[in-house]
Design a protein around this ligand. Structure first.
Ligand SMILES: *Cc1c(COP(=O)(O)O)cnc(C)c1O
Length: 383
């Protein structure tokens, strides 16, 4: 069946007892066992180890990403942490995309490095650089594509081939495109990671994460950490996310169409020096974007002439676009990575990966695109 049908129906069945069309919120710590012999016969014991509402979301996401199974987490960062814990030991080495969500860089350098894991932040857009960075003790390749915030793409298939030949798991942070537009496991990756906070929820209501594994062996190793480290998603968040996902495809389509229209408007604007959107023919990796994804997503960035101060004036002048540190929701949000999402990344490191001081990131929402363009037009008059 098609994606829109699966996003509504997969993983969810009417409640056997009441007929409730929505999976109930199983707000319960513990589950009563029929007898010692039948311990776990219904599948649940304690909500840190598994919860029926969370399980419905896990089943849905496993179907949408076409993986073996899925585990869900308190946040997207918890999901990334669990993948690292499942794949890496002290003394191991990991390759991580040089441009990635700021929290991923912080978790690597400030937490896992303390436990004896060594990291290489590599330009994963170049497969040869990844190949050259592999060491005998490399235990994980973690890529993010399109990457936050500069939208650099990684060729998932090329990196998966390098990883597979050396028996190293390749995990892809697929938050920006979702399985509606991009399916890393189909392209050869072993693990797909999501911050469900973004497009799956879609309404700025929850923080959550998900990990979809291609094989039973990987899913088991990851599920073990989900329980051992106690980072499972709550049933409330799972329930809200289950509702959000039902409209994922139409939100993605409309938000992406809005993003393309805005990117074209900005590219033609005299006060804008650069626009990056994978759907623009001027985007350096436009061909790769067309090849590995079915759509371009709703994230874009641009640079206003006049640097930091012009960028700040622009953000102070928008009225409909909201200055806020999230993405993927129905509201259009504008972010200044240097002072917001990437404030913890050292300046030298930011410059090395091309996050300039004037870069403005736009997460395009579901508003009427004419209203969004009018707002950006009036704000650009103030810079
Ligand atoms: C937001 C985000 C994360 C972290 O997710 P949280 O839910 O905020 O913990 C990880 N990766 C990407 C690409 C993100 O956008």
């Amino acid at each position: 069946m098609g994606f829109s049908t699966r996003q509504i129906h997969a993983g969810v069945e009417p409640d056997a007892e009441t007929g409730s069309i929505l999976t109930p919120i199983y707000q319960s710590t513990t589950f009563v066992q029929p007898s010692v012999d039948e311990y776990l016969s219904k599948g649940y014991s304690y909500s840190r180890s598994g919860n029926p509402t969370v399980r419905a979301l896990e089943r849905k996401l496993a179907v949408l990403e076409e993986g073996f199974d899925c585990t869900c987490y308190a946040t997207g960062m918890a999901a990334i942490q669990v993948v690292m814990q499942a794949c890496l030991n002290a003394g191991d080495h990991a390759i991580v995309s040089d441009v990635a969500y700021g929290g991923t860089y912080r978790l690597s350098t400030k937490v896992f490095a303390r436990f004896g894991v060594e990291f290489s932040f590599v330009n994963t857009a170049d497969a040869a650089e990844v190949e050259a960075a592999v060491k005998p003790n490399t235990g994980l390749i973690l890529t993010e594509t399109p990457a936050n915030p500069n939208l650099k793409l990684t060729d998932i298939q090329a990196i998966s081939e390098i990883a597979r030949a050396r028996n190293i798991p390749h995990a892809v942070d697929n938050t920006f495109l979702t399985p509606f537009y991009q399916r890393p496991l189909e392209l050869g990756a072993d693990i797909s990671i999501h911050s469900t906070t973004k497009y799956f929820d879609g309404h700025n209501a929850t923080v959550g994460g998900a990990v979809i594994a291609a094989t039973e062996e990987l899913d088991e190793a990851i599920r073990f950490i989900q329980n051992a480290s106690g980072v499972i998603m709550s049933p409330w968040v799972a329930w809200l996310t289950l509702q959000g996902i039902k409209t994922l495809s139409i939100r993605m389509e409309r938000q992406s169409a809005n993003a393309l229209a805005i990117a074209e408007f900005l590219e033609a604007h005299p006060k804008v020096s650069q626009v990056a959107y994978p759907g623009l023919p001027s985007f350096a990796q436009h061909d790769l974007a067309r090849r590995q994804a079915a759509g371009f997503g709703a994230m874009l960035w641009f640079e206003v002439q006049g640097g930091v101060s012009a960028g700040k004036r622009l953000m102070d002048s928008v009225r409909l676009c909201t200055l806020a540190e999230n993405l993927g929701s129905v509201e259009t949000l504008v972010t200044h990575p240097v002072t917001m999402t990437h404030a913890d990344v050292e300046k030298a490191e930011r410059e090395r990966v091309g996050i300039s001081d004037g870069l403005v990131r736009l997460s395009v929402g579901l508003e009427d695109v004419e209203d969004l363009i009018d707002d950006l037009d009036q704000a650009l008059e103030h810079v």
